[in-house]
Design a protein around this ligand. Sequence first.
Ligand code: SF4
Length: 743
Amino acid sequence: MGVSRRNFLKFSGGSIAAVVGAGLLTNGFIDNEVTNAAAESGGPTIAYKHGVCGICEMACAMTGKIENGRLVKLEGKPGDQHAKGSLCAKGNAGINMLYDPDRLKAPMLKTTAGRILGQDPGWKKLTWDDAINRAASEIKKAIDQYGPQSVMWIGTHTGVDFLRAIGSPNDITHQSTCNAVRQLACQLTLDCVNYVPDFDNSKYIMAFGWDQLGKGKNSFARGPIQAKYQNGAKLIVFDPRLSTTASKADEWIPIRPGTDLAVILAMLNVIIAEQRYNAEYIAAYVTGFQELTEEVKKYTPEWAANLSDVPADTIRRIAREFSGGCPALIPIHKREAIQSRPGGFELVRASLALMAITGNIERKGGIMIPRVGGLNYVGPNAQAPDPKVIQRVDGGHMFPLAVKGPLMGPGLYQSVPDMILADQPYPIKVAIVYAQSLQSMPNPQKWAQAFAKLDYLININIYPDDIATMADLVLPEPVYLERYEVSPRQTNARYVQIALAEPMIEPLYDTKEVGEIKHLIAKQLGLDEYLTPVGKSVLDYRISKSGTNLDTALANGGLISGSMDFVPKSLNQLQTESGKIQIYSPKLKEMGYSPLPFFDESWLMHPQNPDEFYMVTSRPPMHRHAKTHNMRWLNEIMPEGYICINSSKAAALGIADGDTIELSTEFGKDQGKAKLTEGIRPDTICILHGFGQKSPFLQLVKNDGMNDGVIMPSWPKEKSIEVKDPTGACLDCQMIVKVRKVG
Ligand code: SF4
């Protein structure tokens, strides 16, 4: 059936306002006159569907064009605060994921012995009934013989209800390698899990290792550029390499890796010593200014200059500029190298303190607490008791700031494999791995050994990737373009907004969503009443607060938006210890940690020999972790990763552009291609993250480069205590790398 003008308007909610809200009429790729004429003359049938990009956490709202039942184009919705009318390269290429011939198409059973990275598992196709029975039976066997704690779920908190139902505390997430540091610092200081940089209205942007322009994340990437060219903002970037953001900056300062916090503390010293703070704002909204004043006296610009290679005069000048009265901000994202060393938590706290004492929190052009809301909570029919065993395999229970109760909060991803290998604090027998890749695991070779030791490994996945090939049982999920979704804006939410998605096409294969998979396994175990309900009616209830249901909201444009007006939140009614912005934390002191942001020089490690380097990591704009590498367009643009090394330093080591080099640390070694550039400090290398897939089933991904995790540490939990980190952060850049030419 073609789409007539009348049907098109009906689909779009019947009013021009609703259509514009859907981003349908204003999208350049949709020419309605042509579309309607084609349909009426017996041409292709065309439909438009609402979607939410599932490639990164920005979840950009989009419209899909379906021609003769095939999705042919995705386009960002203009009314979405994240997409603002366009998708990044990854979002555009979503079609490649949907139609990827290598996708998992049915449940699969491994028929070969052992769990070996890169193996052919001799897969045998199963029915869903058979697959669910096998999963439930292996989980039951482990519970009966070793207790419920012997079962762990590795994912993005998706297994919490399932683990609570069976009684296991082992909710393992990768957050300690990613956003835990930022989340916990923001929660402690501001009562929110992240913050929104108001680039649009800012006049001064100071970034430390932040490179969202280089990573191509829509919602953040355009901000500093528009601020600079449309609002006259000054952009200052501290980064050991000339990142994309640094290349657009007014000033690039090639700081020594690991010393950004020292520079921020020195700026606090200057601003307080010169009384350049906002006394009225501090008196009204900030707790701990007096204590901070005493603490930062020792962090002079000269002290920081000595550590960081940033001249003391530069530190003073930038501190004065930042506190000069114009709205100013420091953007912080996640998984940045600056957060991957000891002091990452203190760096976020110090940045918040700097913005607090200059009055830049909940101020136009400064930072805002995210405006998240609008959804009803949906819980299980019955509440399972807390697990009896509270000791977690990752040691998270030893970090009460991070893990506030059973099955709550991020843990310590990096410490899991050693604990499994040592049967500590008890044996782990079954792991269910969801939406994780070996490329995101620090020290994947150790993870592979840990997986090999288990009795059973279950993987819920879209692709036959490295983990899938090792798993005993693989359960396939649909791609995000085949599902309904309710997506409230969370990260970078400037105003309340919910984006909705419907299946662009019927699911192509015999797949099930993770929520249904959990239910089916729990049902076999007689525990499904403890699982969060799933289905379209649940989504209806979630958005009913907005006075609508899914079908109506989709018909009205697929976006539910609150007021865009900036109304500052009250900063003395926060859920922090004092109700205000909490710079000094008695709670941290009680836990035995520093109540104020601080620097410890013993954290610093330095190269000692000409072949030794600091390491930082980055991600290219056309890939997202390891999940996009088999997508045709993205693979064509970037089929292989590389390692950036300073040209002069490379010449001294006999390394030419494109040479194969070996990187080694005490934790592992691997090889990749060298890319020579003047845009990096001579003592630092930068490796692109997400490469190094070994699976034989991803046809486009062959020898795609080095997995950065291979040389990264997987520190035990005691390391976090040693470096006085209350978050249990991964510290995955805390090492020195040796480089040598091999080919
Ligand atoms: S930034 Fe790109 S990958 Fe992320 S949600 Fe938006 S379109 Fe998708």
